[in-house]
Design a protein around this ligand. Structure first.
Ligand SMILES: Cc1cc2nc3c(=O)[nH]c(=O)nc-3n(C[C@H](O)[C@H](O)[C@H](O)COP(=O)(O)OP(=O)(O)OC[C@H]3O[C@@H](n4cnc5c(N)ncnc54)[C@H](O)[C@@H]3O)c2cc1C
Length: 293
């Protein structure tokens, strides 16, 4: 079997579990399926680490097109953008200008914009841009529990009434700046979550970890907040459907042709094939639930 053939098989099976397809239309129709079972979507255009101005400009145009399409087609969806798609590698000013441009358009169309969090080297500049651009309830930022700095970052963001999407973190980071084990990262997630329950009214619990979900529900018995849950397309979406009966729930739906890096991160997390095949089955189950099966 040659490389091209392997490439196609991977794209059609594994990547297809996590990714809507190559075009905006694929993301819209996937979002519509989740909307039908009361799950809102967060659409993301694949691709990262753009170092050419034309790729960055193209990404900005694509996001603006997605914003307009979401509104035109009456889809219940946010958008999530990556700083390195918007020019972070060219320089911070280019990134900030593009981020603000997207925020302006999104505000007109009443679409919520999330900032994805990438490698630790971009975290400072990403948070800086977010804190400058906070505009009412229109934007949020992802914070990674595996980074030791995250409690300080969360305090700054909460003080400015920002909106946080709390994740464990998907990149490979240096031990000096990150918790280097699953246990320590999970422990820090619990600590950050408790802080959010105590001090914030705007946060999303973005994890597939059932113990953390139970912990959040337990905390909510005391704090009684409007809590939001979010998961990635293709992972534990049956659980998400159940959560959506009780809480606002979101599914993160990537689309585009640059599926490789995103898929490598998902493969690394899945750890073994059994979980990947389980994901494939869960993906089909959204279709069945939509059809009332
Ligand atoms: C909505 C959303 C947005 C995100 N945005 C970002 C971001 O901007 N930046 C960032 O660094 N990370 C982001 N992530 C990814 C996140 O950091 C984690 O890498 C990912 O969610 C796995 O961690 P977990 O909390 O689910 O816990 P884990 O302990 O990794 O997983 C819990 C359980 O979920 C299942 N599971 C997890 N991953 C898979 C998989 N790939 N296939 C099959 N089963 C799986 C397994 O049963 C596992 O035991 C996001 C995640 C979500 C849900």
């Amino acid at each position: 079997m040659n490389y091209m053939c392997l490439n196609t098989i991977f794209e059609k099976t594994f990547a297809g579990t996590w990714i809507a397809g190559p075009n905006i239309e694929d993301a819209i129709s996937e979002a519509r399926k989740f909307n039908a079972v009361k799950i809102k979507s967060i659409i993301n255009y694949l691709g990262e680490e753009f170092d050419k101005v034309e790729n960055v400009d193209n990404a900005v145009e694509i996001y603006i097109a997605v914003i307009k399409e979401i509104r035109k087609r009456h889809i219940d969806s946010d958008i999530s953008v990556k700083p390195t798609q918007l020019g972070m590698l060219i320089n911070e000013k280019v990134f900030e200008a593009n981020y603000r441009k997207i925020l302006r358009v999104a505000k007109n169309y009443r679409i919520f914009i999330w900032l994805d969090m990438e490698n630790a080297k971009y975290v400072g500049a990403t948070i800086k841009a977010y804190l400058k651009g906070i505009n009412g309830k229109n934007s949020g930022i992802c914070i990674q529990a595996y980074l030791k700095r995250s409690m300080d970052d969360i305090k700054k963001i909460v003080a400015k009434k920002g909106t946080i999407r709390l994740v464990k973190g998907a990149y490979v980071e240096n031990r000096d700046i990150s918790y280097n084990s699953w246990e320590k990262t999970t422990e820090n997630y619990r600590r950050l979550l408790l802080y959010l329950f105590e001090k914030s009214n705007n946060f999303t619990i973005a994890t597939h970890d059932l113990q953390l979900i139970k912990y959040a529900e337990h905390l909510n018995e005391k704090y009684n907040k409007t809590i939001n849950f979010a998961m990635l397309k293709g992972i534990k979406n049956r659980t998400l459907t159940l959560l959506a009966k009780k809480y606002p729930a979101y599914v993160y739906i990537p689309f585009g042709t640059a599926w490789l890096q995103y898929s490598i991160r998902r493969l690394r997390e899945a750890g073994h094939l059994k979980l990947i095949f389980k994901s494939l089955l869960e993906n089909q189950s959204i279709e069945k639930q939509k059809n009332g099966a």
